[in-house]
Design a binder for this molecule. Structure first.
Ligand code: ADP
Ligand code: MG
Length: 730
């Protein structure tokens, strides 16, 4: 009898919603209370330090040691008043997630006692013992030094009793070992390139920011049920499990009423987020049972990304208080939707213009079209690389499966924008470049794009990169990803494209064309050149796969192969040109991605093997033996002549089970053998490819037979919580 499974179901059913109340009536009263934000800087820092720090935050000026000491002292005072007793440099290693090593504020005071100490030196830079973080070969173990250094553009905050200082993480030799360094570099690159292009339209623009609004999807599973699933505990997903008779087919979960226990969790999570200055705004049920979403108001990309990483961390903590586990895996359950993290992205100027929003005047519209078309070119040229930015062993279950996103990157523009671009591309030069002081610029006879934009809700859920009225939505990012990976590639690709655009426009102007004429010519040329990336149809169809291949888009589906994009010469050149990643750093990143891929599949393979051998087969045998026992008794009672007829069903079932059990055992042994072969390969790329082609390849067939057994084995004996319990008991 499977008592554990029934016990955890019982416990789960007894749990009540844990109500937690907000620190104050209104969110605005406690928003940011745990953040060393501008308000606290003004309060806790001398004027001179405050001003210097603002300069650093806004214009990237470096901080002197003296100012750093003063900032550290103010920060420490605030943190101690808030009850903090430790501090940590909080960084984003290539393993994913975040890392932290806590140190207490205490130091000897030299008189036999202790004082609370936190110097500018400790604020600015630290040397965590970093030898265990992946570096892709950048750091030799004998030179395992890595430094974390304060990113003053993202404010410090307090979690529990620890002051967390957002930092970058670099090797002793200066190479990036994290997600933040390249992200910051890419933001600089896109700022520089975009400002130059903006100045064609408005000389007063001096900064362009990249904005990110992420939509975090997640599952909640009762902690008891979760604990009884070794696959969920060790791999974050279910490797086995027959589909529940009811799952998402009735579409009754999406935007449905939020269950009480979940609502209590969500409120608690929101309180925590608001205290940490994370502007979360939207919460709702997602498509799959027990799947939910949380989205904030968008922010500058670096801060938004820090906030997303923090949210993933806080979610896990808060879930524990409510006896839930948060599942951030991209595909925790077979047969229902997985989780992603749509990255809503845009560029905006310090003059308050969203460059992806059609403007009021024809001049604004030309600027809008110029940026739109450059982004299309960038995504077109780097479609394979963008896919690499979101490719992982876990996200691979969504890529290419029939749910967003398809494994081919394409852009959805919507009917109206498409029509505008097509008209522009087809317009004759004379039509297109009339510049009339009164009515402004006539874009091929369509001067007023805003009036055309009635239908922003024109949406295509199958598109991995969709224009949604005033931003692009990169939907292929995985739910557990650090958005920094995708955002670095996108911003770098756009920066590189804008630099090229400017060079082309300048060259035409040098030949005597007016600025408008020149911009128009290049824009028209880009609309035509980037046409293959535009796709408004259903991205899930087989026809699209065939057509995309014909259009020359990247259709690779094997994650280890996709990762190779990082070191493809044209991509390496771009990263180097934009100063975002060096060739050495790129090779290291690809190595880490291959290594991580292999390890994840290796762990899954081991867990699957153990589950089959220790959980499924023994229980199936026991049930089969009960049936056999019965057949023997039937035979004893009814005799040779009749027993076969009387026990016909049992005999058929015994045989059916024997067949699945035999297959299950053989396939599992073959997978273990394949793993042993793959483990001997030294080259990380090759190893990952073989893991993909032989080990991961075997999972589905193994699962098939295990799930078939689940269908027939006595429910009372089945040891693992079933899908219908994991997804519906709460
Ligand atoms: P959906 O309808 O796609 O589910 P939401 O309305 O929930 O989307 O918003 C998605 C996210 O897009 C939010 O985080 C929102 O702040 C963000 N967003 C809105 N406008 C922009 C923009 N201009 N740039 C970046 N993100 C934006
Ligand atoms: Mg969205």
């Amino acid at each position: 009898m499977s008592t554990l499974r029934f016990n955890v179901i019982d416990e789960a059913l007894k749990r009540k919603a844990v109500e937690v109340s907000a620190p104050a009536d209104r969110a605005s009263d406690y928003f940011g209370m745990k953040v060393f934000n501008e308000e606290k800087m003004r309060k806790y820092l001398p004027k001179k330090s405050y001003e210097a720090l603002m300069e650093t935050m806004q214009h990237g000026k470096s901080l002197s040691r003296e100012i750093a000491d003063s900032v550290a002292s103010g920060m420490k005072q605030w943190a101690i008043e808030m009850g903090a007793d430790h501090y940590t440099h909080w960084f984003q290693p290539l393993t994913g997630g975040t890392a932290e090593k806590h140190d207490a504020f205490v130091e000897y005071d030299g008189k036999g006692g202790m004082i609370e100490e936190f110097s500018g030196k400790l604020l600015i830079q630290q040397e965590p013992d970093a030898s265990s973080f992946p570096s892709g070969g950048i750091r030799n173990t004998f030179e395992a030094r890595g430094y974390s250094a304060w990113d003053a553009t993202s404010p410090a905050f307090i979690v529990d009793t620890t002051l967390c200082i957002p930092t970058i993480f670099i090797a002793y030799t200066g190479e990036a070992l994290d997600y933040k360094v390249p992200l910051l570099r890419s933001l600089q690159a896109v700022n520089k390139a975009a400002v130059e292009v903006c100045r064609y339209f408005d000389a007063s623009v001096s900064k362009v920011n990249s904005y990110l609004g992420w939509e975090q999807e997640y599952f909640l599973v009762d902690e008891g049920l979760y604990a009884a699933r070794p696959d969920m505990v060790l791999t974050g997903r279910t490797l086995l499990g027959h589909e529940s008779a009811k799952n998402q087919q009735l579409e009754d979960h999406y935007f449905g009423t939020i269950p009480t226990r979940v609502m209590a969790f969500m409120k608690d999570l929101e309180y925590e987020c608001w205290k940490l200055g994370i502007p979360v705004k939207t919460r709702h049920n997602e498509v799959a049972p027990n799947q939910f979403e949380l989205a904030p108001i968008y922010e500058e990309t670096n801060l938004a990304n820090d906030h997303n990483l923090l949210v993933m961390l806080i979610m896990k903590k808060v879930a524990r208080r409510h006896c839930f586990r948060v599942i951030l895996h991209e595909k925790p359950f077979k047969g229902i939707n997985g989780s992603g993290k749509h990255n809503n992205w845009s560029l905006g100027t310090d003059t308050g213009v969203n460059l992806l929003s059609p403007g009021k005047t024809p001049k604004d519209n030309l600027q809008f079209v110029a940026f739109l078309v450059n982004i299309m070119m960038a995504v077109y040229k780097r479609n394979g690389l963008l896919k690499a930015s979101i490719a992982s062993a876990t996200n691979a279950h969504r890529l290419g499966a029939n749910e967003a996103p398809p494994a081919i990157i394409s852009i959805f523009l919507g009917r109206q924008i498409s029509a505008v671009l097509d008209k522009l591309a087809a317009s004759t030069k004379d039509e297109a470049i009339v510049f009339d002081e009164k009515s402004g610029l006539k874009m091929g006879g369509i001067a007023h794009i805003p009036e055309l934009l009635i239908d922003n809700t024109d949406r295509n859920r199958t598109s991995p990169f969709a224009f949604t009225g005033n931003r692009f939505e990169f939907r292929a990012v995985g739910s557990s990803d650090n958005c920094g990976g995708a955002m670095t590639i996108l911003n770098t690709a756009v920066a590189d494209q804008l630099v090229e655009f400017k060079a082309e426009v300048d060259a035409l102007m040098a030949k005597g064309e007016t600025k408008e004429q020149a911009i128009f010519s290049v824009v028209k040329e880009y609309i035509k050149a980037s046409a293959p990336i535009r796709f408004d149809g259903n991205g899930y169809t087989e026809e699209w796969k065939a057509e995309a291949a014909q259009r020359g888009l990247d259709c690779e589906t094997s994650v280890p192969e996709i990762v190779g994009q990082y070191i493809a010469p044209s991509n390496t050149d771009m990263f180097v040109r934009m100063g975002v990643l060096s060739s050495k750093e790129l090779h290291a990143r690809a190595e880490v991605k291959w290594e991580t891929y292999t390890k994840k599949i290796q762990i899954e393979a081991r867990v699957l093997g153990d589950l089959v051998m220790n959980h499924i087969l023994p229980v199936a045998s026991r049930y089969q033996s009960q049936l056999l026992d019965k057949v023997f008794k039937v035979k004893a009672l009814f005799g040779e002549a009749q027993y076969q007829k009387i026990a016909a069903q049992d005999l058929a079932l015994i045989e059916k089970m024997a067949c699945h059990m035999e297959k299950l055992q053989t396939l599992t042994e073959q997978m273990v053998d394949a793993r042993k072969v793959a483990n001997k390969i030294e080259n990380e790329r090759q190893k990952a490819i073989i893991y993909h082609n032989t080990v991961a390849e075997a999972f589905d067939a193994i699962r098939y037979h295990a799930d078939k057994l689940e269908e027939v084995v006595d429910n009372e004996m089945w040891p693992l919580p079933k899908y219908r319990e994991l997804l519906f008991v709460r």
